[in-house]
Design a protein around this ligand. Structure first.
Ligand code: ADP
Ligand code: MG
Length: 318
């Protein structure tokens, strides 16, 4: 399947490493199939170590897959013409500490053989766009805060005005204001028709920005769906808080619930996927001497789906 509007096509992608002194085999990606169309904003979710960065780097062409294939705009990602159309924000940007932000962007532009006249115009525009001040751009990168680095990294990813953007944790390490700016920027780029693949731990941001999400667990995509199908408005969850509960009661509730956390000794907060199971949970709690403090309902969000699906995938793999 390769229509003219397909931007990313990943087929049966696998990646393993041989790690440590004993060269133990670590299987990081276990057969990934993923198709992303032009203009789509795709959110990649997954717990730490799931393989998100490895997948993104394989798509960019920085990691050679062990098996399977990646094609971008219907071509091999390694070719120069394809690279000129990609912007990549790495998770940990390795930059030249003793260059100024401005010099770094100039250097990045030169990698794409952009003429100096273009760069003289584009760099100030980009600095403005990522809200990095003129004064900051004249300072050496080693003096930058995490937030400034992230903004510079974003400007770098946009230097070649790419059609496809791959952003590895663009919101990480930012304060709420910084996060807001990045979110606005991604939404702007989306409106311009760019194809965007990004991952973030901040699920509310993913919920607000993405058209489609994929959940990666232990090197497999265990769920892939348009966001509006995932977040059904009538899909409610039920939530109880119980106090004075013994350990038998706690274990029984754990078994019935989607999620159960001990808030402090003898007090638990449990989430159920139907009113029926929540009422069962309350009955079980009462049998164990528990006192119900709270019962409420709320709409299922991406976070609950994330926790539920990760647990399910891990149980199935175990
Ligand atoms: N160069 C490498 N050598 C050995 N193992 C690696 C290497 N890079 C990543 N891994 C392992 O692959 C797994 C997935 O890593 P990564 O793709 O960074 O996950 P994520 O971005 O989802 O947190 C981790 O267990 C990590 O330790
Ligand atoms: Mg990562």
């Amino acid at each position: 399947m390769n229509s003219s509007s397909t931007v990313i096509e990943v087929e049966a992608l696998t990646k393993h490493y041989y790690s440590g002194f004993w060269r133990k085999k670590v299987q990081v990606l276990r057969g990934i199939d993923l198709t992303i169309q032009q203009g789509e904003t795709f959110g990649l979710l997954g717990p730490n170590g799931a393989g998100k960065t490895t997948l993104i780097k394989s798509i960019v062409g920085l990691i050679r897959p062990s098996g399977g294939s990646v094609s971008l705009f219907g071509k091999d990602p390694q070719t120069t013409r394809i690279r000129a159309n990609i912007g990549f924000l790495p998770e940990t940007p390795s930059v030249y500490a003793y260059l100024t932000g401005y010099e770094f962007l100039q250097l990045c532009g030169q990698f794409f053989s952009l003429p100096s006249s273009t760069l003289r115009q584009r760099i100030p525009e980009l600095l403005d766009r990522v809200k990095l001040s003129d004064t900051a751009a004249k300072k050496q990168i080693r003096t930058y805060s995490k937030g400034m680095m992230q903004r510079l990294g974003f400007a770098q990813a946009l230097i070649n005005n790419p059609q496809l953007l791959l952003l590895d944790e663009p919101m990480s390490g930012l304060d709420p204001l910084g996060r807001y700016d990045v979110k606005e920027l991604v939404l702007e780029l989306k409106q311009e028709g760019k194809t965007i693949l990004f991952n973030s731990h901040i699920l509310s941001d993913i919920e607000a920005i993405c058209d489609r999400v994929g959940l990666l667990v232990d090197g497999r995509i265990v769920l892939e769906s348009p966001i509006e199908q995932l977040l059904h408005p009538l899909d409610n969850l039920y939530h109880i808080v119980v106090r004075k509960l013994d350990s038998v009661g706690q274990n029984n509730i754990k078994r019935l619930s989607l999620r159960c956390v001990e808030q402090h000794k003898g007090q638990i907060e449990a989430t159920f996927n139907s009113l029926d199971t929540a009422l069962k949970g309350i009955a079980v709690a009462r049998q164990s001497g528990g006192v119900l403090l709270e019962l409420k309902t709320h709409r299922r969000g991406l976070e609950e789906i994330f926790v539920e699906q990760v647990n399910k995938a891990r149980e199935e793999n175990a």
